[in-house]
Design a protein around this ligand. Structure first.
Ligand SMILES: Nc1ncnc2c1ncn2[C@@H]1O[C@H](COP(=O)(O)OP(=O)(O)OP(=O)(O)O)[C@@H](O)[C@H]1O
Ligand SMILES: [Mg+2]
Length: 764
């Protein structure tokens, strides 16, 4: 069958209109991504060389799937040379070949969010600022949004509005922090994620020949999920497309869910202004979901004022109604979901991969995971601590980074005394201070130490010299050997492998296995004959910070239930979808209920969630859940009443009085639902005693300053105390296998702990 026959008329028109600006603005599941995919195949069939096509997707996984499909139409080897991937990965690749023009080494390091946060923290400390006021996360977000709006440190400092905002927030030094942050990154030959876009913009702005080269190269540009592009991405696309204007963007204003990261829905609304010749196509037929799901989603999004009205319909079956259930607690909610999955799996023979559980916040995964494990249901969780963020992996990777780019000070500081070689903290601090004051990079400094009058004793000087020699010897190895051989030599001769091997605790064994796993993946990398890239260490390390856990899907992950946040589920589809935690102050989130536009974004998020489902969709809420160590009573989400009740099976959940909430609409799924209710219609949350008979866990009685040491109650964000490491905050909890938690300790940094042994005290 001709591939064009697999499209409806409107889709086909959008595919065949290959020249000039094209916008496809259409609802969920209407085939926008399919149009992009077939359009690329069509371009190639019409004779456009694949290397003249640039396709920007939301995830690298989406790009791989697109490439696979195109490969089936035009042949795999042809499909391979299309430039396709996320903005970050595509422009990282371009920056590597052009970096020297903007003063960066081509093997610049990419700092992930964690690395960049550590740097911000360090600067706050160096400036003697109070990190309770200058919260590193907040400062980093502010810098990030400045970069995504293309504001340099100078422009930030000169901007009166920002200065006023910062002054009002009692954080007048953010501009200065940004300036230093920027300088240090540059000195380290490093870019953070936002820089990959920011620096691309600088490159295209300041080097007309480079701009010309890529305009000529990317004669056809396609962008998926255009509604979630930010200003920085928008300007890149605009610059590249301005010569030929063969640009096709697809998106759905109703699915714009990243404004908190600077995504600007105006980009899609302004497309026509930017390109007056734009041909617009509307796709209205949904191929993904049953009628019930489509209509339910339509009725919900109708409540938003800011939107293009769309008429989305489907010729699919009516399907079953959306099933609304309630539970007494988050644990019970998890068990309900698990039982339903188990039942569908056994009676309908549904593969586990046909199920997704979607939630608003990562912390909600815990109750779901516990339940999956109770019923022995295999699951895969996205968005936890990704493999490459584990401490032992980052340590070894820091050696790799340093070998490739010795200017990388974050890497250097991370390993100069790891494994321990007697170079103390005071010594490192003195080196750093001297380097900063005299504007000498750390690597240069430790290599010319005799020429400098830093206050460091002779014994430490020797050790530093030995360390520099060690790194240089690795650089020699890296020049001659492939990534795997180099990696193995580094893991062995630094003593890292041995250190983990000798540690026979459960954590130690896991760390050793993780290091082995990293080396295995390096072996795979060098043995992969298909991939045309170099097999050396820099090629292996290059894009690792850009990998997300969605990119690490292995064969064995195929038949598992998917657990993820709604944000991460964009563009995906599953036969059965469970949307859990449909409660006020959780979804919509507490922060969002103060303004209409924020609330509308939450509603779009709910729209995204609903429209992931193909056949069955389940909504649930719990009447109580733990938050910050307290059991909180929950109100059903206002969004539940916004779906036309014709499409919802709420049997067992009786409607209640209308809510008093100013944004709420008719009806309310209220408090007469389920046992043990003692609620009025108030929307306030408060702590209550859990209804005993059904609660899975009851918090222990408080006899000390501590909330009890029952780690079953542990949640992300909690303050805890550990016998050895002191106070810290729970960053994430992993329940697969032995329960583990990553805790960010005030004094000791992040540690992964096995909860069985860790004896964490939950603080107030
Ligand atoms: N003409 C068609 N015939 C058959 N199936 C189609 C057709 N168009 C789209 N589909 C199928 O419908 C589903 C949704 O398509 P697609 O993912 O491209 O939609 P989308 O508009 O990109 O959705 P989203 O807004 O969620 O990203 C896919 O499974 C796709 O294969
Ligand atoms: Mg899509």
């Amino acid at each position: 069958m001709n591939y064009l026959d697999e499209l409806n008329e409107e889709q086909r028109k959008a595919v065949e209109q290959t020249e000039g600006p094209v916008m496809v603005l259409a609802g969920a599941g209407s085939g926008k991504t399919r149009v992009l995919t077939y359009r690329i195949a069509h371009l190639i069939n019409k004779g456009v060389p694949p290397f003249n096509i640039l396709s920007l997707t939301f995830t690298n996984k989406a790009a791989r799937e697109m490439k696979d499909r195109i490969g089936k139409i035009v042949g795999e080897s042809t499909a391979k040379s299309i430039w396709m991937g996320t903005f970050h990965s595509v422009f990282a690749r371009i920056l590597r070949s052009e970096a020297e023009k903007i003063g960066y080494p081509s093997n610049f390091t990419i700092y992930d969010t964690d690395d960049s946060k550590r740097l911000v923290k360090q600067i706050i400390k160096d400036l003697n600022l109070d990190d309770k006021v200058y919260k590193p996360n907040l400062v980093r977000n502010r810098i990030s949004s400045a970069k995504n709006n293309l504001l340099s440190p100078q422009a930030y400092k000169d901007n009166p509005t920002l200065a006023k905002e910062d002054a009002q927030a009692k954080k007048p030094e953010i501009g200065r922090i940004y300036e230093i942050y920027d300088k240090r990154l540059f000195k380290a030959g490093a870019m953070d994620f936002d820089d990959l876009l920011f620096k691309t913009n600088i490159l295209l702005r300041d080097f007309p020949d480079v701009l010309f080269k890529y305009q000529e190269k990317f004669r056809y540009i396609l962008v998926d999920e255009y509604q979630d592009t930010n200003f920085s991405q928008y300007i890149i696309v605009k610059a590249l497309a301005s010569r030929f204007e063969n640009i096709c963007v697809v998106g759905d204003d109703a699915q714009s869910i990243y404004s908190f990261r600077g995504a600007n829905i105006q980009n899609i609304l302004n497309f026509k202004k930017d390109y007056p010749d734009t041909e617009t196509f509307k796709l209205e037929q949904n191929y993904r979901s049953t009628q019930n799901i489509v209509e339910a989603a339509n009725s919900l999004i109708d409540k938003n004022q800011e939107q293009f009205k769309k008429n989305v319909w489907t010729s699919n079956d009516t399907g079953t109604k959306i099933k609304l259930t309630q539970a007494l607690s988050d644990n019970e909610e998890g068990l309900n979901v698990a039982h339903e999955i188990y039942a569908l799996h056994s009676t309908h023979n549904a593969a586990y991969s046909n199920f997704a559980i979607l939630y608003r916040t990562n912390a909600q995964s815990r109750a779901m995971e516990d339940a999956m494990r109770k019923l022995n249901i295999p699951y895969k969780i996205y968005g936890g601590l990704s493999f490459y963020q584990r401490k032992e992996i980052k340590d070894l990777m820091a050696y790799f980074r340093l070998v490739i780019n010795p200017q990388d000070e974050d890497a250097l500081k991370r390993v100069i005394n790891y494994p321990k070689r007697g170079i103390g903290k005071t010594t490192i601090d003195r080196l750093t201070l001297y380097g900063n004051e005299n504007d000498i990079g750390l690597w240069e400094l430790i290599n010319s130490l005799p020429a400098h009058s830093v206050n460091i004793p002779g014994s430490a000087r020797n050790k530093i010299a030995q360390f520099a020699e060690l790194i240089k010897s690795f650089q020699n190895v890296a020049e001659k050997k492939n990534a795997y051989d180099t990696g193995t030599i580094i893991a062995k001769s630094t003593g890292i492998l041995k250190e983990h091997h000798n540690d026979k605790s459960a954590e130690g064994v896991a760390r050793y296995e993780n290091i082995q796993e990293l080396l295995n993946s390096m072996k795979e990398f060098v043995e992969d004959d298909e991939a045309e890239n170099e097999k050396d260490l820099p090629s292996f390390v290059q894009d690792i910070p850009l990998l997300t856990d969605q990119d690490q899907d292995s064969e064995e992950d195929q038949n598992k239930v998917t657990l993820m946040t709604i944000h991460a589920s964009k563009g995906l589809e599953f036969p059965n979808v469970f949307i859990v935690g449909m409660e006020e102050e959780l979804f919509p989130s507490q922060m969002s209920t103060q303004s209409r536009s924020d609330l509308e974004e939450e509603r779009r998020l709910f729209y995204v969630a609903l429209t992931r489902s193909e056949e069955r969709c389940y909504l649930s809420f719990a009447r109580s859940r733990y938050k910050w160590g307290n059991l909180i009573h929950c109100e059903p989400s206002r969004f539940l009443q916004e779906i036309d009740p014709d499409f919802v099976d709420a049997s067992g959940v009786t409607p209640n009085q209308p809510s008093k909430d100013p944004f709420a609409t008719k009806g309310d799924w209220g408090s007469s639902m389920g046992g043990g209710s003692d609620r009025s219609a108030s929307t306030q949350r408060r702590s209550v005693t859990p209804p005993r008979q059904k609660m899975m866990r009851v918090p222990k009685t408080d006899t000390s300053n501590f909330k009890g040491d029952d780690t079953a109650n542990l949640r992300e964000g909690m303050e805890v105390e550990h016998g050895r490491f002191g106070r810290g905050t729970v960053v994430s909890i992993e329940v697969a296998g032995n329960r583990k938690a990553v805790v960010d300790f005030e004094e000791h940094g992040k540690k992964q702990l096995l909860l069985k042994f860790a004896k964490l005290k939950i603080l107030n």
